[in-house]
Design a protein around this ligand. Structure first.
Ligand code: SAM
Length: 382
């Protein structure tokens, strides 16, 4: 157990450890979570007692794994280590025999779990209350860095997005970066991305935002100029006609409607983009293509709401499968609290591992079974 906790802490993926089935009847259960304070990072054990009280113990990060293992061996018969890469369950029998069921994935990048500050406030990459020129110019905060109430969700979304980007670029990269934001709209993310990579990490960045709307492009170009973001340019075009100058280090796209997301993914794949972050938007294509009658799936497809949701889910699952077939390690993460927006899914893909004929076959079979011809396959001439 010590090793599992240590790995989860060092990968930054630990959500919590839950101890149950206590040996001592005066104890109900215990939960452990990481927090940060001015003195460093600690694992806090909160033990809930049967008299309703809770006892706290804060253990410095370096000793956390040892302590977590000791508490398991000594006080409880069941432990669940919950991480963003899966869960591990450890059972200890009355005779002391340990059974470990470890489903924590070691080989895939997993979302980092932000460590809360001791005052319960989340630590953001762009801190509230510190002046931030681009957020001020985009109307997210005032000149002192105070976030406007109506823009709070946007502020959280930007920061969450930057945390995901930080997983890909934790430190200044060796060479310059070539980055595309396709269907950039008002480009909050392009600005945030440029700010993080160029101003925080000190990287050399050439970033292009592309969108159909000329007024939005003119506005973004002016803001970039005013911010002194010299490496950030905007062009007005249909992204299906956009030809990247070279292999992008990262292609991002937030809420590109319906099959525009497929154009983004196809452009990224065709140019061998090293990383892709794409948050899909409304999906209509598959809902129209799915059969009206289906012996096995009729119970879903005959109900309009379920049909829509099934189509959206299958579209994104097939997008991941296609990316894997094309040689990417792909997964989907929740981008922001689903209560803030239902459009909270982010497809994350990192090039590596080579094309997979197995995945391609799986894709083909799924499409055949569903009777569909998805845009992504068409755009990739598959
Ligand atoms: C829902 S908005 C999202 C904008 C921005 N990424 C954001 O999240 O704030 C979708 C944007 O995609 C753009 N768009 C849709 N299809 C496009 C295409 N084929 N080429 C370029 N832009 C496109 C629209 O003009 C619009 O600005």
């Amino acid at each position: 157990m010590r090793q599992i906790v240590e790995n989860a802490v060092s990968r930054g993926i630990l959500k919590k450890i839950v101890y149950s089935q206590p040996r001592d009847k005066s104890v109900v259960r215990c939960e452990a979570k990481l927090f940060s304070s001015g003195k460093g990072v600690f694992l806090q054990f909160e033990t809930f007692m049967s008299d309703g009280k809770a006892v706290h113990e804060n253990v410095p990060e370096k000793q956390a794994a040892d302590r977590a293992a000791l508490i398991a061996e000594r006080d409880f018969r069941r432990v669940n280590i919950i991480t963003s890469a899966g869960e591990c369950q450890i059972m200890v029998s009355k005779k002391g025999k340990t059974t470990v069921l470890n489903k924590i994935k070691e080989d895939l990048p997993a979302p980092k779990i932000p460590i809360k500050a001791h005052d319960g406030r989340r630590k953001y990459i762009i801190e509230e209350g510190a002046p931030c020129d681009f957020l001020y110019r985009l109307g997210v905060c005032d000149a002192e860095g105070g976030v406007f109430d109506k823009k709070r969700a946007k502020f959280r979304q930007i920061n969450r997005f930057l945390e995901i980007v930080r997983d890909l670029f934790p430190k200044k990269p060796e060479g310059g970066l070539y980055i595309l934001d396709l269907c950039c709209g008002k480009s909050y993310l392009s600005f945030a991305l440029y700010y993080y990579l160029h101003d925080i990490l000190g990287a050399e960045v050439e970033m292009i935002g592309a969108d159909l709307k000329s007024d939005v492009i003119a506005y973004c170009s002016q803001v970039a100029k005013d911010c002194g973001f010299d490496g950030l340019k905007f062009i007005c075009c249909d992204i299906s006609e956009f030809v990247p100058a070279r292999t992008p280090d990262l292609v991002v796209s937030l809420h590109a409607c319906d099959t525009a997301t497929d154009i983004v993914l196809a452009t990224a794949v065709k140019t061998g983009a090293k990383n892709i972050l794409s948050s899909p938007c409304c999906q209509h294509e598959m809902a129209r293509q799915l059969p009206r009658e289906d012996e096995e799936l009729g119970f879903i497809l005959s109900k309009p709401l379920f049909r829509e949701r099934f189509a959206a889910l299958a579209t994104d699952a097939l997008r991941l499968l296609m990316l894997e077939a094309e040689g990417y390690r792909a997964d989907a993460v929740e981008f922001i609290d689903p209560e803030e927006t239902p459009k909270n899914l982010l497809i994350r893909a990192v090039k590596g591992g080579g094309a997979s004929a197995e995945r391609a076959l799986e894709y083909e079979k799924a499409c055949k079974r569903l009777g569909i011809d998805p845009a992504l396959a068409r755009f990739l001439n598959k």
